[in-house]
Ligand binder design. Sequence first.
Ligand code: SAH
Length: 261
Amino acid sequence: MADQTNRHRAKKSLGQNFLKDPNICRKIADSLAPGADDLVIEIGPGQGALTEHLVEAVTGRLMVIEKDDSLADALAARWPSIEVMQADATRFPWESLNDNGPCRIIGNLPYNVGSKLIWDIVSRVTTLERAVFMVQHEVALRLTAEPSTKAYGGLTAWVRNFCRTTYLFKVPPTVFRPQPKVDSAVVRFDPLPPGERPEDPEALARLIKLLFQQRRKQISTILKKHWSDHVQSWFDEKGIKTGLRPENLTPEQFRSLSQRV
Ligand code: SAH
């Protein structure tokens, strides 16, 4: 097995940077804290650096989704008891998980698809108990940013309508082979109670995309074509100035405004 692992040439196109520090792997896996019956899904298991710890900790179903077919084959051979899916995680039907019980999702995400996966997972998996993802440090800052800061953007406003996010710790390039060019960080996602989630996620997504496409402009300018008394009264009721910029609105204000525009 070690032999086969070493022969694998990392594919840049698949964002393959393999973790080589078992202590960091354990720390990431531990922060998922799966319950006895939870379905656990790992995205991009690669050579199994995190999987190794999950196999120990998970007592329910463990499923991994790996796009690279040779890595997927090696994982299935090494751990016959886990469910290995050779597939592109960006095309996974996340809603299908909602027919099962509680689930937890983890991964050292391929950097080119990390934000998209997080956008989809937090909004579509209603049975999510917790997620833990390693992403580029800069993306971790966006996911955990406060309104009116430079790092706050559309991804922040969207994700925080579904989850609380916690920046756990930074991971330097030196613990990977090959080494990435940038720092990474681990972020924990804890879903909001069902009553606090958006009723109309599509409307929210449309508003967030529209506003952050022009984040330098004033909200009233961006929304000019969509303006109505209904929209104006939202600003009046909330005591929010129409001259603010998108980054000044809280995640909750985006949700509330999306019901008027
Ligand atoms: N978890 C491992 C590997 C991380 S590298 C570790 O920490 O060492 C990212 C992994 O995601 C690689 O194994 C890569 O092949 C896989 N991957 C890349 N794009 C993917 C996609 N769209 N769907 C599923 N897996 C993907």
